[in-house]
Design a protein around this ligand. Structure first.
Ligand code: BTN
Length: 319
């Protein structure tokens, strides 16, 4: 982290979206203008667009709201670690798991190897989105974790609704959609069990202010909070809402499992009664989506018979 302290300090200055001269930045950080220029090149590799104009200096193409320990202040869980640059917030917690208290979380400004479900990567430009992970020790063990991923999707929806988002939907098992475009994703990773408890890391990525330049890399329809709310970046507020809503959901899930969430999930299901394809390995199964069962498996009506599936990836069947 220390190796990036100068770049992070430059970004602190540039976060207002205004022009800052190389000289002013250099004076502030006590380094030369050419050192500033080198740092700026690396920062651009972090996915930020920086304008350089002769006589004016450097400016970000859009202001960013950096996460701050003065603003992320949810007190009912261990204090979240705010990271600048990290490979993946999930990996950060998985590496430290043995020393962690249940409820420990972290946020990052930038992930160099952010990961998504099914071995995909998760586009993670600096300061643009939320990259969050939470460690939880589930005393009930692995059996409970299937339903967990659905409950977490609901927690993310709840947090986004607190910011004013409406019409949010879920795509089984836990993608968050708005108008058929992906707004957020959840990746739950497990570590080896000890004494029956399951050690889970819940990773959440939410698009907050994502540049169109990343569309090719994402490769599916997506949306960010800025376009939905038409408001400026509120990453610190969203971070607090996410901590609070996930905490509430985890406590309820520990007590009653998925049962308390089934009805809410049904109201959020984006695929209910739609003709879909479930891709299971190399096999495609077609059917009409009939929601989820008590364990969180997806229900498909296949020629009049309803069958449940615990894994796979769903998509709308195109006619
Ligand atoms: C998906 O929809 O494919 C899941 C995306 C999960 C992305 C988040 S970002 C924070 C956490 N760290 C990661 O490397 N991935 C998750």
């Amino acid at each position: 982290m220390k190796e990036h302290s100068k770049k992070l300090a430059i970004l602190q200055q540039l976060s207002d979206g205004q022009f800052h001269s190389g000289e002013a930045l250099g004076n502030h950080l006590k380094i030369s203008r050419s050192a500033i220029s080198k740092h700026i090149s690396t920062i651009q590799d972090w996915g930020l667009l920086i304008y350089k104009i002769k006589g004016k200096g450097y400016a970000l193409s859009t202001p960013i709201e950096l996460l701050s320990s003065n603003k992320v202040i949810y007190k009912k869980l261990p204090e979240p670690v705010l990271l600048g640059v990290i490979d993946s917030t999930n990996q950060y917690l998985l590496n430290k798991m043995e020393d962690l208290e249940s409820g420990q979380s972290c946020f990052a400004e930038y992930q160099t190897s952010g990961r998504g479900r099914r071995g995909r990567s998760w586009v993670s430009p600096f300061g643009s989105n939320i990259y969050f992970s939470l460690y939880w020790k589930l005393e009930n063990g692995l059996a409970a974790t299937m339903g967990l991923s659905l409950a977490v999707g609901i927690a993310v929806v709840n947090a986004l609704e607190k910011l004013g988002c409406s019409n949010l939907k879920l795509k089984w098992p836990n993608d968050i959609y708005w108008n058929d475009k992906k707004l957020a994703g959840v990746l739950i990773e497990l570590s080896a069990q000890s004494g029956g408890a399951a050690h889970v890391v819940i990773g959440v990525g939410i698009n907050v202010d994502l540049d169109e330049r990343f569309s090719n890399e994402i490769g599916q329809p997506w949306v960010d909070l800025k376009s939905i709310l038409k408001k400026k970046n509120q990453r610190n507020k969203l971070a607090n809402e996410l901590l609070s809503s996930l905490h509430e959901v985890m406590l309820e899930f520990e007590k009653n499992g998925l049962s308390s969430f089934i009805e809410r999930w049904k109201t959020l299901d984006n695929y209910m009664d739609k003709h879909i394809i479930l891709q299971l390995g190399t096999t495609n199964i077609e059917g009409v989506c009939k929601g989820i069962d008590a364990q969180g498996a997806i229900l498909l009506d296949i020629n009049g018979n309803t069958t449940s599936f615990v894994g796979g990836e769903i998509s709308i069947k195109k006619h």
